[in-house]
Design a protein around this ligand. Structure first.
Ligand SMILES: *[C@@H]1O[C@H](CO)[C@@H](O)[C@H](O)[C@H]1NC(C)=O
Ligand SMILES: *[C@@H]1O[C@H](CO)[C@@H](O)[C@H](O)[C@H]1NC(C)=O
Ligand SMILES: *[C@@H]1O[C@H](CO)[C@@H](O)[C@H](O)[C@H]1NC(C)=O
Ligand SMILES: *[C@@H]1O[C@H](CO)[C@@H](O)[C@H](O)[C@H]1NC(C)=O
Length: 396
């Protein structure tokens, strides 16, 4: 008969005491009031033990919350501050999204060893994260930090989060990823970084993510990707880089992605010259990957053509210093010299760049260093390319 009643600890105090004293339950069960009180404005459920306090314009976390509650729903309120000791160590799901959190006291999430899901998304005034904010959350599987206007992450932030599978960092203001940020996340399968302000990806950016399956980097401002950027991502099947500022991408950076199936590179200002040759070669050596179009934006004779369907000869000139969008690369947070990236890697390409510079000097007699082209030289090359494509057409 008792089993048909909802568990006693969610009853009002007086009723609980009545039941405790008049029937059979041990006294100790009722001794801590927080075991069985449900805060006003919250609704509590027994199975699994849940306190649901969402969408009540709450300005603070109700206290005390039922200490037996494993799921705490506090989203869509006006909570601005999270102090230590508010949540029970039994908590496994904690939803705090769409609040106004601007103060996180040290130790706010201390001792939550059973926490599996923490959703802090859509808190636009989120405070600066400290290295130890998530320390000890060894059961955490899913961490939501999207749309929090975060502009920097301390490099130790995700230390020890060995269980993490899903990490949502999209729609923030991140400009760089600190070295070793993901070092301990070898169980991570999905990493959401789209809609940030990333400009470059240095070598080993994703070091440690050997089980990563999806990496979403679209809608950033990426202009430079190191040949070693994706090293170690041997399980990656999906890579999104669309809607960035990439004039080129070193084919070498895609080489380690032996599981890759889906690649999206559209909506980038591809500059189809010798700097794209290693990418072109990667496409031709990896026909199994499903890819979006890779539409050339420049040089003018190749504008609108798909890089993948060019012939290698189309990419023999090295003109990259002319006009990649966001051409000023001097302010990129990139450890290697960005300018060398454009004519690096492929010895053939460098040689041709040299040959071509000589041609210019003989022909135009320009005393200027050929690394930055004058408009006249640029017109000359365009003219040559048009001539070349006309020649090629004649033979087809
Ligand atoms: C929350 O506040 C808004 C206005 O600020 C009001 O319209 C809404 O009814 C309030 N919701 C609750 C549950 O009190
Ligand atoms: C994480 O992955 C390792 C192997 O890489 C495995 O031994 C471990 O059990 C995993 N941990 C969790 C919590 O899934
Ligand atoms: C492309 O990225 C910009 C931000 O860099 C964003 O504002 C825009 O909505 C994105 N466009 C698409 C089609 O995703
Ligand atoms: C390139 O950017 C740097 C730093 O942001 C700036 O000092 C320099 O003037 C810029 N150069 C050009 C040509 O815009």
């Amino acid at each position: 008969m008792l089993s048909s009643l909802p568990p006693v600890y969610f009853y009002p105090v007086s009723l609980c005491y009545l039941i405790c004293f008049s029937i059979i339950l041990p006294f100790s069960f009722c001794s801590a009031p927080s075991l069985f009180t449900c805060p006003t404005l919250c609704t509590c459920y027994p199975s699994p033990p849940t306190a649901s306090c969402q969408s009540h314009n709450l300005s603070r976390v109700p206290f005390p919350l039922p200490s037996s509650a494993q799921r705490l729903f506090l989203q869509n309120n006006h909570i601005s501050e999270i102090g230590p000791g508010l949540f029970s160590p039994l908590t496994s799901v904690l939803w705090l999204f769409s609040n106004h959190i601007s103060i996180l006291h040290p130790g706010a999430f201390n001792g939550l060893e059973n926490l599996e899901e923490l959703d802090l998304g859509n808190n636009p005034k989120f405070p600066i994260l400290q290295s130890d904010t998530f320390e000890g959350l060894k059961s955490l599987r899913s961490l939501h930090l999207y749309h929090c206007h975060i502009n920097r992450l301390p490099s130790g932030l995700f230390r020890g989060l060995y269980s993490l599978r899903y990490l949502y960092l999209q729609n923030n203001r991140l400009t760089v990823l600190p070295d070793g940020l993901f070092r301990d996340l070898f169980n991570l399968t999905q990493l959401f970084l789209y809609g940030n302000l990333l400009q470059s990806l240095p070598a080993e950016s994703f070091f440690g993510l050997s089980n990563l399956d999806r990496l979403l980097l679209h809608s950033n401002q990426l202009a430079v990707v190191s040949p070693g950027a994706f090293r170690g991502l041997k399980s990656l099947t999906m890579l999104y880089l669309f809607n960035n500022s990439l004039p080129t991408l070193p084919g070498d950076c895609l080489q380690p992605l032996t599981s890759l199936q889906f690649l999206r590179l559209n909506e980038n200002p591809w500059h189809c010259d010798c700097s794209c040759r290693s990418l072109w070669r990667w496409f031709h050596s990896t026909p199994g990957v499903s890819s979006s179009p890779v539409t050339c934006n420049s040089p003018p004779p190749l504008k609108g053509r798909d890089l993948r369907f060019l012939v290698e000869r189309d990419l023999r000139f090295c003109t990259s210093n002319i006009s990649p969008r966001n051409g000023n690369l001097s302010d990129l947070a990139f450890p290697h010299k960005p300018s060398s990236f454009y004519i690096q890697g492929d010895p053939g390409a460098v040689l041709e760049a040299g040959e071509w510079e000589n041609t210019i000097e003989e022909g135009g007699g320009s005393g200027q260093s050929a690394s930055i082209l004058t408009e006249k030289q640029y017109l000359y090359i365009s003219f040559l390319l048009v001539l070349l494509s006309w020649e090629v057409n004649r033979y087809i």
